[in-house]
Each structure stands twice: as structure tokens, then as C-alpha cells.
Design a protein around this ligand. Structure first.
Ligand SMILES: NC(=O)c1ccc[n+]([C@@H]2O[C@H](COP(=O)([O-])OP(=O)(O)OC[C@H]3O[C@@H](n4cnc5c(N)ncnc54)[C@H](O)[C@@H]3O)[C@@H](O)[C@H]2O)c1
Length: 294
């Protein structure tokens, strides 16, 4: 199962980052989203980020060669060209199920089908296809071009060879595979990190501390590069909200239910850096202005 061409469904923060990583590693990429504007924005972001990495000598150029390996499309039919189809769309079960059905209809029988979901069950997505043994989780972290680990998640039906092919693919693109042998809600790293994030949100909700002090404390006392709320704004509050809801739906354990401080911001469309407002408010040039209140 050698991977030479990757079809990526979803060209947002993660899909575009993963496309960049694959193209930098010499793979051909077909990046798919719902409309040309999103794809144009994704191409611009990739060119900017890959350009910076080439300038710093962190990846091989020229930029034209990297960009030349990325084709963009709105046509799912092109998934038939790929050895690996990777879904990186909204963290919503219905959206992902629909994408998996489309991929299943056109992908080659030997192609791997993967999801970059943060918390939706890989087994549930696999069960909706006619080839559940070909489905696995490949969970990248944000920003994909910088973060070195990728979780390789074995769903209930994932074949041994498919799991191994996923591990080899992660090495092929220059990342470190983290093997997750069971499809538990939140997989491994989110499963460990989310309880801390939830506790931070609840402490803010209770008025025990402000957002800035929580982040400052975590940076200065816990050796983190970024605080929980700073990271949350990069990830996207909708993404965290969707992932927590997915874990809650799966477990029905109320400790995973998104706290009101998060729900209110998502309802207001305050989704983090991408909307200029989330846990913090940002100026037009991306400068952080101060915490938001909701
Ligand atoms: N943001 C993070 O830090 C992060 C980290 C790891 C995993 N993830 C997961 O990655 C996935 C994507 O997250 P993101 O942050 O890139 O979200 P995003 O909102 O930046 O991008 C999602 C993209 O999916 C596109 N899309 C929606 N429906 C589609 C369809 N039917 N076909 C093709 N494209 C479609 C949207 O137009 C959008 O461009 C989610 O499942 C999320 O949980 C996110």
C-alpha cells in the first residue's frame, strides 16, 4: 500500500496544513472543498507557510515545485485517483458520514479511507462504508506543518495491514506516529488534554480566575508554550465544541458536556482567531487585544 497520491476533503485549517505537509514530502495532493473561494484561500495560506519554511531552510523548494504538487477541486470524482482519501471537514457526524459515502462510492478498492476527526468515532464512520476494514483515523495536530506527531487510530474494523500502512504513511511525510489501538472517544492526546481545558473553562465560569491569568499561569508554571485559551483560539472554539459534544454523545457522561462559557461563544460566532474573536479579541492584523466576556 504505497501512498503516492492523497485526496483531502476539506481545505480549512487542517486540510490545507495536511496538504502542505504531504506536498512538501513529495506526494501528489488533490485538495477538495465546497467552493472555489475556500480553495483559493487555502492555496494562498499554503504558499505563504511553505514559502516561509523554504526561506528558513526547513523544507526543500522551490515553492513552485511544492505548489505544483497540489491540485484543487470541488469534484469528489477525483478521489478515484488517490491511494489515500483523508477527510478533514467540519467536526459534525452528518457532514463526515456524507463525505465517507461519497469517497466510498468512487475510491479505488485498495485505497485507504481516513478521517482527521478530533473525537468522532472511526468505527461509526467505517460502518457507513462498504469497506470498513480500509478505514482508520489519522489525527494531525494544529498547525499541521509544525506539529510532529500524528495519531494513527485503529477503529473496530480497521485491518492490520491498513493500520500498518497508516503508520508508514505518517513516517513517509516526516512525522512521528502515535499508535492508538482502540477507538475510544477523544483518542489519546485530546482524551488527556480535554479534561484540563474543561476544568479551565469551568474555573473561569465560576469567576475563580480570568482567562489571561489561567493562560499566564499555565505558561509560567506548567512549562506550556501556550495557555489553554490561547491554544483554543488557534484550534477554533467550534472544533473544540464539536469534539466535546461528540465525546458526550458517545459516553453520555456529563463531564464532557461543553460548559456554557464555550457554548455561548460558539452560538455568537466567536470561533477564535479565524473570526477575530473567541476567548480573546484580535485586531485586524491579528494582534491580541484582550479577553472577551460572554
Ligand atoms: N483545528 C484544529 O486544531 C484541529 C486539530 C486536529 C483535528 N481537527 C479536526 O479536523 C477537522 C477540520 O478542522 P478544521 O480546524 O480544519 O476546520 P475548518 O473549519 O478550518 O475547515 C473545515 C473545512 O471543511 C470544509 N467542508 C465542509 N463540508 C465539506 C464537504 N462536504 N466537502 C469538502 N469540504 C467540506 C469547509 O468548507 C471548511 O473549509 C475537524 O474534524 C476537526 O475536529 C482540528
Amino acid at each position: 500500500m504505497e501512498i503516492k497520491k492523497v485526496f483531502i476533503a476539506g481545505a480549512g485549517l487542517m486540510g490545507s496544513g495536511i496538504a502542505q505537509v504531504c506536498a512538501q514530502a513529495g506526494l501528489e495532493v488533490i485538495l477538495c472543498d465546497v467552493g472555489p473561494e475556500v480553495l483559493e484561500k487555502a492555496s494562498k495560506n499554503i504558499a505563504w507557510s511553505a514559502g516561509k519554511l523554504i526561506e528558513k531552510g526547513k523544507t526543500a523548494g522551490p515553492l513552485e515545485a511544492v505548489m505544483g504538487r497540489i491540485a484543487t477541486t470541488t469534484d469528489y470524482g477525483r478521489a478515484s485517483e488517490a491511494d489515500l482519501c483523508l477527510e478533514a471537514a467540519f467536526e459534525k457526524l452528518e457532514v463526515k458520514k456524507d463525505i465517507f459515502a461519497r469517497l466510498d462510492a468512487v475510491a479505488r478498492p485498495e485505497a485507504l479511507l481516513a478521517s482527521n476527526t478530533s473525537a468522532i468515532s472511526i468505527s461509526t464512520l467505517a460502518a457507513g462504508t462498504k469497506r470498513p476494514e480500509m478505514v482508520l483515523g489519522l489525527h494531525f495536530f494544529s498547525p499541521a506543518p509544525m506539529m510532529e506527531a500524528v495519531e494513527v487510530v485503529r477503529g473496530q474494523f480497521t485491518g492490520d495491514e491498513v493500520f500498518e500502512a497508516g503508520r508508514r504513511f505518517v513516517l513517509q511525510i516526516g512525522k512521528e506516529p502515535i499508535l492508538v489501538h482502540k477507538d475510544v472517544p477523544g483518542f489519546l492526546i485530546n482524551r488527556i488534554n480535554f479534561p484540563a481545558a474543561l476544568e479551565a473553562m469551568r474555573l473561569v465560569e465560576m469567576g475563580v480566575a480570568g482567562i489571561e491569568d489561567v493562560d499566564k499561569g499555565l505558561r509560567l508554571a506548567s512549562g506550556r508554550k501556550m495557555g489553554i485559551f490561547e491554544t483554543g483560539d488557534l484550534v477554533g472554539l467550534d472544533v473544540t465544541h464539536g469534539a466535546l459534544l461528540a465525546i458526550y454523545e458517545e459516553t453520555k457522561d456529563p463531564r464532557w458536556y461543553p460548559p456554557a462559557v464555550l457554548r455561548r461563544r460558539v452560538q455568537a460566532g466567536w470561533l477564535g482567531r479565524k473570526t477575530g474573536r473567541g476567548w480573546y479579541e484580535y485586531g485586524p492584523d491579528g494582534t491580541r487585544l484582550g479577553p472577551t466576556k460572554a
